[in-house]
Design a protein around this ligand. Sequence first.
Ligand code: LHQ
Length: 265
Amino acid sequence: MNDVVIHERRDGYSIITLNRPERLNAFNEAQHLALRAAIDSCEADQDCGAIVLTGAGRGFCAGQDLADRDPTILGDSPDLGMTLETYYNPLVRRLRGLQMPVICAVNGVAAGAGANIAFACDIVLAAKSAKFIQAFSKIGLIPDAGGTYWLTKHLGEARAKALAMTAHPLPAEDAASWGLIWKAVDDDALMAEATALAESFANGPTRAFALTKQAIHAASGNSLEEQLEVERALQREAGWSDDYKEGVAAFLQKRPANYRGRKSG
Ligand code: LHQ
């Protein structure tokens, strides 16, 4: 049997590929566990300064594998809340909380939780042929894996409700112009753009990226005054880093900075 997740280590970063192309990389338990293990391994690796998450074949991810959800087998009272708490919610929290930047390279259709896992990543690039579908209403569910949060936050209630209730497929270029993702790129340029970004992050100040994520995530729930306090505390920490010293020295000496980032030794 093929690996349901492929973890490829490159110099300074990792590419993690969901690999159940015959099901458009829909999540079953094995794929959840393999993805978790791949992320664990990136986190433990001092030389991994960024992650690219993508899908094999023509899709990125079609959400939950519905073949594992047959109500004639599972009965009338499945606990989907338990499924979320066991698999999807920890994955969303994990992607948001990782120190290193996570780039999602959406190579094709992203549906249901597949779309919302993409939105949990820090920077989303999508092939122009890709589309995002909040497929949940088609099967009598609500958006999950952070879907109601990402849609409302990035798009506002009007577009959030329409996308969620109609399951309208949102083309990548619209997703970019609406501010739901970073950008849509030509299909054959997707992986080159995503890996170039990962490489630049891998050579960047990892701690500053982590603190930036933390500050931006905190902003949604904060007033300006509260956010200024968050920035003060986190900037103080950034100012103690070797990467800050190196960045300023490099600027003053008119040379490229040589950040240590996550590199040990
Ligand atoms: C699939 C799937 C799939 C299995 C395509 N499962 N086989 C969380 C908590 C607990 C439970 C419930 O869920 C959740 C979160 C969720 O994600 S719920 C939402 C689940 N996802 C969906 O409802 C999307 C279902 N898929 C589709 O609507 C279509 O496949 C899309 C629009 C994604 C793509 O359409 P097409 O490009 O026309 O491809 P296709 O439908 O022909 O799919 C290709 C194959 O992949 C096909 O198999 P086959 O053997 O016929 O070639 C599909 O059955 C299979 N597949 N999605 N989620």
